[in-house]
Design a protein around this ligand. Structure first.
Ligand SMILES: Cc1ncc(COP(=O)(O)O)c(C=O)c1O
Length: 408
């Protein structure tokens, strides 16, 4: 069967389908309030506080602290835990580098566990096999919005007395066991960059732990509670969200349910199509969990579709489907910053700390990570997709899969 790739048709991207975010009068009205108030900083303003309260209420968390990005949210979570230099934090190589930037700034040592090759989410057994007396915590990622097996991770953290941080940057709106992601671990981190909602850049950290609330409040504000005296209690950055971001966030947050609803409807249709295609696989979701489909991942079976997943994605792009693959050219531990490593000048810090295990990330092979990246295609989800768009994607996926099956 002829496919558009063979006619050199132009490729589409996620941006070809209209705006990723519904930004309109609601955001403008909130912003006008801020400009008229003359208070652009959260110190003395009301919008960031309102966003924090609204966010905490929506996810069901006791405390929520706004910050300037998803990267800042994970840094804040790790900063709240206050590891000692050289403490190990187990995490995933299938994520944005923002997952590890903060733990590196806190001089913790990242340890990369393997993932489930079907979901790209951390495998609890692999995490457990890497726990040592130096392990301080786990930072897991709900990849693409698909919840990790949280029961297993909560039990693991409890058994080994470890802190559990949920990086929910991609997973706003996802649920596990009837509760929002981010409320299962000790701390949950969210991003308002290019995610389910936007404040340009921005993020949020939530916790239910009273004992962490104070440090969570002051870590993103230079460790300075200002009361009773202006003074700095520990080293920490300024990650204060501005009122301009907060204002947009207040309006955007009210739209997230609809964004997630639309993405779930599109995903349900695509799941139906893909499950009927020999050579393609739907990404499994944990029992009782609800995927938020920030993006839609699905897999090729290389014994049936015998081309690299990048070629498969390219064929879909020329059919008008905004699909990319691989998700990452390489796992994040093979980026130069970690593989060389190039973190603190020419030193190998934090691996120069006494007792730190020697690492060679350039040669680290994790079979689940490699299989996942080699087989997974990622469809950019846009809440402005119409039914006609999604039906077209389904048709194109069937056509392209049939084409490559025919080449067996
Ligand atoms: C899983 C994950 N963690 C952290 C981040 C960092 O978020 P930000 O880009 O808002 O700093 C991202 C961003 O893509 C992400 O996907």
């Amino acid at each position: 069967m002829a496919i558009a790739l063979e006619r050199n048709a132009p490729a589409v991207t996620g941006g070809s389908f209209g705006p990723q975010w519904d930004l309109g009068d609601e955001e403008i009205e909130q912003l006008i309030d801020v400009i008229r108030s003359g208070k652009l900083s959260r110190l003395g303003g009301t919008k960031v506080v309102q966003l924090e309260q609204d966010f905490a209420a929506r996810v069901g968390a006791r405390y929520a602290q706004a910050v300037t990005s998803g990267t800042a949210s994970v840094h804040t979570a790790v900063g709240v835990l206050d590891p000692n230099p050289g403490d190990e934090i187990i995490t995933t190589g299938v994520t944005d580098f923002g997952t590890v930037i903060g733990l590196l700034y806190q001089n913790a040592v990242p340890v990369f566990a393997d993932v489930d090759p079907r979901t790209g989410n951390l495998d609890p057994a692999s995490v457990e096999s890497l726990i040592t007396e130096r392990t301080r915590g786990i930072v897991l990622v709900h990849l693409y919005g698909n919840p990790c097996p949280l029961d297993a991770f909560v039990a693991l953290a409890k058994k080994h007395n470890l802190a559990l941080v949920e990086d929910c940057a991609q997973a706003q709106g996802a649920e596990y066991g009837g509760r929002s992601v981010g409320t299962w671990g000790d701390l949950g981190c969210f991003s308002f960059g290019g995610k389910q909602m936007t404040t340009g850049d921005g993020g949020m950290v939530v916790t239910h732990r009273d004992d962490l609330a104070e440090r969570l409040k002051w870590f993103p504000d230079k460790g300075n509670p200002r009361r009773p005296h202006y003074q700095h209690y520990y080293l920490s950055p300024n990650y204060r969200m501005t009122e301009l971001q907060g204002a947009v966030g207040v309006a955007q947050l009210r739209k997230v349910d609809e964004v997630v609803r639309r993405k779930r409807a599109a995903a349900a249709y695509l799941n139906e199509v893909i499950s009927q295609q020999e050579g393609l696989r739907v990404t499994p979701v944990q029992p009782g969990a609800k995927h938020a489909y920030w993006v839609y991942g699905f897999q090729i079976d290389p014994s049936v579709i015998r081309v690299p997943v990048a070629d498969f994605a390219r064929a879909l792009q020329t059919e008008g489907v905004p699909v990319n693959a691989p998700y990452l050219e390489k796992p994040i531990y093979q980026y130069p910053a970690l593989a060389e490593p190039h973190l603190y000048g020419t030193s190998r810090f934090p691996w120069t700390l006494p007792g730190a295990a020697e690492v060679d990330f350039a040669h680290l092979h994790l079979p689940g990570v490699e299989e996942f990246l080699a087989t997974t295609a990622v469809l950019t989800m846009n809440p402005s997709f119409t039914e006609a768009h999604v039906e077209h994607f389904g048709d194109a996926i069937q056509r392209v899969a049939a084409h490559y099956r025919g080449q067996r």
